[in-house]
Design a protein around this ligand. Structure first.
Ligand code: DUC
Ligand code: ZN
Ligand code: ZN
Length: 457
């Protein structure tokens, strides 16, 4: 089957150009100013933007956490992803406590295989360090897992500084890359104990017990550990200006540091936690928490300057009923926001149309950079000959308003309810097949597992 996308504006990490795109079966055959292919079915994309399918390298689908399970599994989560133009997710595989990485990988394949409507890969979580885990790391590479995740907080998953040092040393030997959740665990626990003692257990205590400087402290410590190992690392979901300053200092010392942020930190601010209505405030509980307006501005500036390389969502969805678990005790609110469906439209609206970032930057942070960082480039992340035909057709005229009732996520609410969107996603193509048209998901659960190689960013 051949398709000719005719008359659109093709966006890459370098800029935009008017070009036709010829697709055969799952692949892009050619991208050129004008293509003649009488045998191909013509898709008229005059006036539309063509972007490479977005990659969300930070999702939590079907995750057992906070004594419950996320609302979205791989089926609903991937339908939600596709509606938002995301054709590939990299989800965090997380072995059960005491189980091996192999068991964790098997478990995640069981959750995703035959159940995922977009393409997918996994990062592997390392929550401990011993000779057994060290030996398993080699097998992970052989299984197409070239990226890992460590947590500096959360008792169930966190890893100490010494173990982190040893793990990073091993990843350096393999040429691997690791994303790290940076928050200072001990002081956060102490602040929570103080709030308990003071009887201040409402949602408003959540951001106050996880302040920006305790994220910055963990970023600084991670970067010093990475300096000792001499390895590049990824700071996942970085939220604030103080943490960015730690990154800048490490880069000045000559370290390679990659930074990811998320739409919730770019377009929401921490007054959301002050709503006196429990349910309206609890829906925004995530870690790290939503920050201040000045942090948003710092993040947009860093995106524009190329100091932040990727925007992912940290999609970790719970229903409002699940969020209810923390009435009277904010520490019991399952942490996480749905958002895999909204990232591209939010970035276009609040970044590109306000001239905070260019279309090329949007393309880099949503597609090209995550593909390079996580070893999928140039199969994914770019519209060029030989790449997978993952294509987002963005209609700059299709203004609309975000409503949870229209979304495929099973969270049942959206942190972006009522947000006005400029333009909108008209079509999403996954490996040469129409996967979404005007919000209708046409794809079934036949997403492919994407084995990944080394970082090329
Ligand atoms: N933060 C959340 O809020 N949820 C999932 C994991 C995380 O780091
Ligand atoms: Zn995290
Ligand atoms: Zn996360």
């Amino acid at each position: 089957m051949k398709y000719l996308f005719r008359g659109g504006t093709v966006v890459s990490g370098r800029g935009t150009r008017r070009a036709d795109v010829l697709v055969e079966d799952e692949k892009i055959l050619r991208v050129a100013r004008s293509i003649s292919a009488p045998e191909a079915t013509v898709i008229d994309v005059e006036g539309q933007l063509l972007l490479p399918g977005f990659i969300d390298a930070h999702t939590h689908f079907d995750l057992d956490v906070c004594s419950t399970t996320t609302a979205d599994d791989f089926f609903s989560g991937s339908r939600s992803a596709l509606r938002g133009g995301t054709t590939t997710v990299v989800d965090f595989a997380c072995p059960n406590k005491g189980e091996t990485l192999h068991q964790g990988l098997e478990l995640w394949h069981k959750k995703a295989d035959g159940n995922c409507c977009c393409d997918y890969g996994f990062h592997m979580t390392i929550d401990d360090w011993n000779p057994g885990i060290e030996a398993e790391i080699d097998d992970m590479y052989a299984a197409g897992i070239s990226s890992f995740k460590m947590y500096m907080t959360y008792p169930a998953m966190m890893i100490g500084d010494e173990a982190m040092y040893h793990a990073l040393k091993k990843l350096k030997e393999k040429g691997g890359i690791c994303g790290v959740h940076c928050e200072n665990s001990g002081v956060i626990d102490a602040l929570i104990a103080e709030k308990k003692a003071a009887g201040q257990m409402g949602v408003g205590s959540h951001p106050r017990t996880r302040p920006d400087f305790l994220e910055a402290e963990a970023v600084s410590r991670l970067l010093r550990i990475a300096q000792a190992v001499d390895i590049p690392v990824v700071i996942v979901h970085l939220t604030n200006a103080a943490a960015l300053r730690e990154v800048e200092a490490a880069r000045k010392r000559g370290q390679r540091v990659y930074v990811e942020t998320c739409p919730q930190y770019l377009v929401l601010e921490d007054s959301v936690y002050d709503d006196p209505d429990y349910s309206r405030a609890a829906r925004y509980v995530c870690a790290p928490p939503i920050r201040k307006e000045r942090d948003q501005q710092a993040l947009w500036t860093a995106l524009r300057k190329g100091e932040i390389q990727t925007v992912s969502t940290d999609h970790c969805s719970f229903t409002l009923e699940q969020k209810d678990a923390g009435r009277g005790n904010f520490t019991k609110i399952p942490g996480g926001l749905p958002g895999v469906e909204n990232r591209g439209e939010l970035l276009y609206t609040y970044g590109v149309t306000t001239r905070k970032i260019s279309l090329a930057t949007m393309c880099r942070v949503l597609a090209e950079n995550p593909a390079k960082l996580y070893g999928m480039f140039p199969r994914k992340g770019v519209l060029q000959d030989g790449a997978d035909a993952d294509i987002v057709v963005y209609d700059p005229q299709a203004d609309h308003v975000l409503r949870a009732e229209d979304m495929a996520s099973l969270a049942g609410y959206s942190p972006y309810e009522g947000f006005a969107i400029r333009g909108g996603i008209h079509q999403v193509w996954l490996r040469g097949r129409l996967a979404v048209e005007d919000g209708f998901v046409l794809a079934g659960p036949d997403g492919k597992y994407i084995p990944r190689g080394k970082c090329s960013l």
